[in-house]
Design a protein around this ligand. Sequence first.
Ligand code: ATP
Length: 235
Amino acid sequence: MSAIIEIDHLSKRYGSGTAALNDVSLNIEEGEILALLGPNGAGKTTMISIICGLVRPTGGTVRVGGHDIRTDWRAARKLIGLVPQEILLEPFETVRDCVRFTRGLYGEGPDEAYVEQLLRSLALWDKRDAKTRELSGGMKRRVLIAKALSHRPKVLFLDEPTAGVDVTLRREMWQVVRELSAQGVTVILTTHYLEEAEDMADRIGVINKGELLLVKPKAELMGEFGKKHLTIDLY
Ligand code: ATP
Protein backbone atom coordinates (compact mmCIF):
# COMPACT_ATOMS: atom_id res chain seq x y z
CA MET A 1 0.00 0.00 0.00
CA SER A 2 1.10 3.55 -0.55
CA ALA A 3 -0.06 6.73 1.11
CA ILE A 4 -2.67 8.69 -0.80
CA ILE A 5 -2.76 11.41 1.88
CA GLU A 6 0.34 12.60 3.71
CA ILE A 7 -0.27 14.94 6.65
CA ASP A 8 2.83 16.42 8.19
CA HIS A 9 2.93 18.53 11.38
CA LEU A 10 -0.48 20.04 10.67
CA SER A 11 -1.75 22.77 12.99
CA LYS A 12 -4.69 25.13 13.04
CA ARG A 13 -5.50 28.02 15.33
CA TYR A 14 -8.69 30.00 14.69
CA GLY A 15 -8.01 33.65 15.58
CA SER A 16 -6.39 33.92 18.99
CA GLY A 17 -8.13 30.82 20.40
CA THR A 18 -6.50 27.59 21.48
CA ALA A 19 -5.23 25.23 18.81
CA ALA A 20 -8.06 23.35 17.07
CA LEU A 21 -5.38 21.07 15.63
CA ASN A 22 -1.94 20.68 17.09
CA ASP A 23 1.02 19.17 15.19
CA VAL A 24 -0.83 16.26 13.59
CA SER A 25 1.10 13.88 11.35
CA LEU A 26 -0.56 10.94 9.64
CA ASN A 27 -0.37 8.93 6.43
CA ILE A 28 -3.61 7.55 4.99
CA GLU A 29 -3.11 4.51 2.81
CA GLU A 30 -4.79 3.93 -0.51
CA GLY A 31 -7.89 1.75 -0.17
CA GLU A 32 -8.23 1.82 3.61
CA ILE A 33 -11.17 2.87 5.73
CA LEU A 34 -9.94 5.18 8.48
CA ALA A 35 -12.25 6.29 11.26
CA LEU A 36 -11.41 9.47 13.16
CA LEU A 37 -12.99 9.23 16.54
CA GLY A 38 -13.32 12.07 19.01
CA PRO A 39 -15.75 14.11 21.08
CA ASN A 40 -17.35 17.45 20.13
CA GLY A 41 -14.76 20.09 19.36
CA ALA A 42 -11.89 17.58 19.09
CA GLY A 43 -10.72 18.92 15.71
CA LYS A 44 -12.10 16.27 13.32
CA THR A 45 -13.96 18.65 11.01
CA THR A 46 -11.04 21.07 11.07
CA MET A 47 -8.70 18.33 9.89
CA ILE A 48 -11.03 17.25 7.09
CA SER A 49 -11.70 20.85 6.06
CA ILE A 50 -7.99 21.56 5.74
CA ILE A 51 -7.38 18.45 3.62
CA CYS A 52 -10.33 19.40 1.42
CA GLY A 53 -9.00 22.94 1.01
CA LEU A 54 -11.86 24.67 2.85
CA VAL A 55 -9.77 25.89 5.78
CA ARG A 56 -6.22 27.22 5.63
CA PRO A 57 -3.81 25.58 8.09
CA THR A 58 -1.66 27.66 10.44
CA GLY A 59 1.27 25.29 9.98
CA GLY A 60 2.33 22.02 8.39
CA THR A 61 1.68 20.42 5.01
CA VAL A 62 -0.84 18.11 3.37
CA ARG A 63 -0.24 16.20 0.16
CA VAL A 64 -3.02 14.37 -1.68
CA GLY A 65 -1.84 11.92 -4.31
CA GLY A 66 1.54 13.64 -4.05
CA HIS A 67 0.05 17.09 -4.72
CA ASP A 68 0.66 19.78 -2.09
CA ILE A 69 -2.75 21.29 -1.30
CA ARG A 70 -1.30 24.81 -1.08
CA THR A 71 0.61 24.87 -4.36
CA ASP A 72 -1.14 22.21 -6.43
CA TRP A 73 -4.70 22.49 -5.23
CA ARG A 74 -6.48 21.84 -8.53
CA ALA A 75 -4.87 18.42 -8.92
CA ALA A 76 -5.42 17.58 -5.24
CA ARG A 77 -9.12 18.48 -5.19
CA LYS A 78 -9.88 16.25 -8.18
CA LEU A 79 -8.92 13.28 -6.05
CA ILE A 80 -11.24 14.19 -3.16
CA GLY A 81 -14.97 13.96 -2.51
CA LEU A 82 -16.54 15.38 0.65
CA VAL A 83 -19.82 14.45 2.28
CA PRO A 84 -20.41 17.30 4.74
CA GLN A 85 -22.08 17.01 8.12
CA GLU A 86 -25.07 19.13 7.14
CA ILE A 87 -27.48 18.03 4.44
CA LEU A 88 -26.92 20.78 1.89
CA LEU A 89 -28.79 20.03 -1.32
CA GLU A 90 -30.39 21.99 -4.11
CA PRO A 91 -34.05 21.45 -3.00
CA PHE A 92 -35.76 22.17 -6.29
CA GLU A 93 -33.43 20.13 -8.49
CA THR A 94 -33.87 16.48 -9.33
CA VAL A 95 -31.48 13.91 -7.95
CA ARG A 96 -29.89 13.39 -11.35
CA ASP A 97 -29.48 17.12 -12.04
CA CYS A 98 -27.88 17.59 -8.62
CA VAL A 99 -25.21 15.06 -9.47
CA ARG A 100 -24.70 16.46 -12.99
CA PHE A 101 -24.40 19.96 -11.54
CA THR A 102 -21.76 18.95 -9.00
CA ARG A 103 -19.81 17.14 -11.71
CA GLY A 104 -19.82 20.40 -13.66
CA LEU A 105 -18.47 22.30 -10.65
CA TYR A 106 -15.46 20.01 -10.74
CA GLY A 107 -14.92 20.93 -14.37
CA GLU A 108 -15.95 17.50 -15.62
CA GLY A 109 -17.96 17.15 -18.82
CA PRO A 110 -21.23 15.20 -19.06
CA ASP A 111 -21.01 11.44 -18.62
CA GLU A 112 -24.52 10.07 -18.45
CA ALA A 113 -23.36 6.47 -18.30
CA TYR A 114 -21.30 7.19 -15.17
CA VAL A 115 -24.09 9.20 -13.54
CA GLU A 116 -26.47 6.30 -14.14
CA GLN A 117 -23.98 3.79 -12.75
CA LEU A 118 -23.45 5.96 -9.68
CA LEU A 119 -27.16 6.41 -9.00
CA ARG A 120 -27.79 2.72 -9.47
CA SER A 121 -24.96 1.76 -7.11
CA LEU A 122 -26.46 4.00 -4.41
CA ALA A 123 -29.98 2.69 -5.01
CA LEU A 124 -31.05 6.14 -6.22
CA TRP A 125 -31.89 5.31 -9.82
CA ASP A 126 -35.61 4.96 -9.14
CA LYS A 127 -35.51 8.42 -7.54
CA ARG A 128 -33.50 10.07 -10.32
CA ASP A 129 -36.34 12.42 -11.34
CA ALA A 130 -37.51 13.21 -7.81
CA LYS A 131 -36.78 16.66 -6.40
CA THR A 132 -34.32 16.33 -3.55
CA ARG A 133 -36.64 18.11 -1.07
CA GLU A 134 -39.14 15.25 -1.52
CA LEU A 135 -36.70 12.59 -0.34
CA SER A 136 -36.35 10.93 3.05
CA GLY A 137 -33.33 11.75 5.21
CA GLY A 138 -31.61 8.51 4.22
CA MET A 139 -32.10 9.16 0.52
CA LYS A 140 -30.81 12.73 0.97
CA ARG A 141 -27.64 11.36 2.53
CA ARG A 142 -27.25 9.02 -0.43
CA VAL A 143 -27.57 11.98 -2.81
CA LEU A 144 -24.82 13.76 -0.86
CA ILE A 145 -22.61 10.73 -1.41
CA ALA A 146 -23.49 10.62 -5.12
CA LYS A 147 -22.58 14.29 -5.43
CA ALA A 148 -19.28 13.73 -3.64
CA LEU A 149 -18.48 10.87 -6.02
CA SER A 150 -19.65 12.69 -9.15
CA HIS A 151 -16.12 13.42 -10.39
CA ARG A 152 -14.77 9.94 -9.57
CA PRO A 153 -12.54 10.88 -6.62
CA LYS A 154 -10.14 8.35 -5.14
CA VAL A 155 -10.76 9.51 -1.58
CA LEU A 156 -14.10 10.08 0.10
CA PHE A 157 -14.46 12.03 3.35
CA LEU A 158 -17.62 11.49 5.35
CA ASP A 159 -18.00 13.97 8.18
CA GLU A 160 -20.20 12.32 10.80
CA PRO A 161 -22.36 10.59 8.21
CA THR A 162 -24.63 9.05 10.80
CA ALA A 163 -24.97 11.86 13.35
CA GLY A 164 -28.57 12.03 14.47
CA VAL A 165 -29.79 9.18 12.27
CA ASP A 166 -31.58 6.10 13.52
CA VAL A 167 -30.04 2.65 13.79
CA THR A 168 -31.56 1.31 10.57
CA LEU A 169 -30.29 4.21 8.53
CA ARG A 170 -26.91 4.06 10.25
CA ARG A 171 -26.50 0.44 9.23
CA GLU A 172 -27.57 1.34 5.69
CA MET A 173 -24.85 4.02 5.56
CA TRP A 174 -22.25 1.55 6.79
CA GLN A 175 -23.21 -0.80 3.97
CA VAL A 176 -22.78 1.97 1.41
CA VAL A 177 -19.32 2.76 2.81
CA ARG A 178 -18.30 -0.89 2.65
CA GLU A 179 -19.38 -1.11 -0.97
CA LEU A 180 -17.41 2.01 -1.86
CA SER A 181 -14.36 0.61 -0.15
CA ALA A 182 -14.75 -2.66 -2.07
CA GLN A 183 -14.68 -0.58 -5.26
CA GLY A 184 -11.27 0.79 -4.23
CA VAL A 185 -12.28 4.19 -2.82
CA THR A 186 -10.27 5.30 0.22
CA VAL A 187 -12.73 6.31 2.93
CA ILE A 188 -12.12 8.62 5.89
CA LEU A 189 -15.03 9.08 8.23
CA THR A 190 -15.42 11.01 11.44
CA THR A 191 -17.63 9.74 14.18
CA HIS A 192 -18.55 10.01 17.84
CA TYR A 193 -19.63 6.40 17.90
CA LEU A 194 -17.18 3.78 19.09
CA GLU A 195 -19.31 1.00 17.62
CA GLU A 196 -19.22 2.73 14.22
CA ALA A 197 -15.42 2.94 14.27
CA GLU A 198 -15.22 -0.67 15.41
CA ASP A 199 -17.61 -1.93 12.82
CA MET A 200 -16.36 0.03 9.82
CA ALA A 201 -12.72 0.89 9.99
CA ASP A 202 -9.46 -0.81 9.10
CA ARG A 203 -7.68 1.75 11.27
CA ILE A 204 -8.91 4.02 14.00
CA GLY A 205 -7.47 7.42 14.89
CA VAL A 206 -8.42 9.08 18.15
CA ILE A 207 -8.45 12.88 18.30
CA ASN A 208 -9.00 14.96 21.39
CA LYS A 209 -8.38 18.68 21.97
CA GLY A 210 -6.61 18.98 18.63
CA GLU A 211 -4.16 16.18 19.36
CA LEU A 212 -4.03 12.93 17.43
CA LEU A 213 -3.66 10.66 20.42
CA LEU A 214 -3.18 7.43 18.49
CA VAL A 215 -3.74 5.75 15.14
CA LYS A 216 -3.76 1.98 15.03
CA PRO A 217 -5.21 -0.93 13.11
CA LYS A 218 -8.51 -1.84 14.69
CA ALA A 219 -7.46 -5.40 15.46
CA GLU A 220 -4.36 -4.17 17.29
CA LEU A 221 -6.33 -1.67 19.32
CA MET A 222 -8.95 -4.18 20.31
CA GLY A 223 -6.25 -6.69 21.25
CA GLU A 224 -4.56 -4.09 23.46
CA PHE A 225 -7.70 -3.25 25.26
CA GLY A 226 -8.42 -6.95 25.61
CA LYS A 227 -12.15 -6.46 25.45
CA LYS A 228 -14.87 -7.08 22.98
CA HIS A 229 -15.35 -3.37 22.54
CA LEU A 230 -12.84 -0.58 22.60
CA THR A 231 -12.91 1.61 25.65
CA ILE A 232 -11.31 4.96 25.19
CA ASP A 233 -11.85 7.33 28.03
CA LEU A 234 -12.66 10.57 26.26
CA TYR A 235 -16.29 11.09 27.05
P1 ATP B 1 -17.83 17.99 16.32
O1 ATP B 1 -17.75 16.53 16.63
O2 ATP B 1 -18.63 18.75 17.33
O3 ATP B 1 -18.23 18.29 14.91
P2 ATP B 1 -15.02 18.38 15.70
O4 ATP B 1 -14.16 17.32 16.29
O5 ATP B 1 -15.36 18.26 14.27
O6 ATP B 1 -16.34 18.56 16.57
P3 ATP B 1 -14.06 21.02 15.07
O7 ATP B 1 -15.35 21.45 14.46
O8 ATP B 1 -12.92 20.79 14.16
O9 ATP B 1 -14.26 19.75 15.99
O10 ATP B 1 -13.66 22.13 16.14
C1 ATP B 1 -12.40 22.12 16.81
C2 ATP B 1 -12.29 23.40 17.64
O11 ATP B 1 -12.16 24.53 16.75
C3 ATP B 1 -13.50 23.70 18.51
O12 ATP B 1 -13.05 24.27 19.72
C4 ATP B 1 -14.29 24.72 17.71
O13 ATP B 1 -15.02 25.57 18.56
C5 ATP B 1 -13.18 25.48 17.00
N1 ATP B 1 -13.62 26.00 15.69
C6 ATP B 1 -14.05 25.27 14.64
N2 ATP B 1 -14.35 26.05 13.58
C7 ATP B 1 -14.10 27.32 13.99
C8 ATP B 1 -14.20 28.59 13.36
N3 ATP B 1 -14.60 28.73 12.10
N4 ATP B 1 -13.83 29.68 14.07
C9 ATP B 1 -13.41 29.58 15.36
N5 ATP B 1 -13.27 28.40 16.00
C10 ATP B 1 -13.62 27.29 15.33
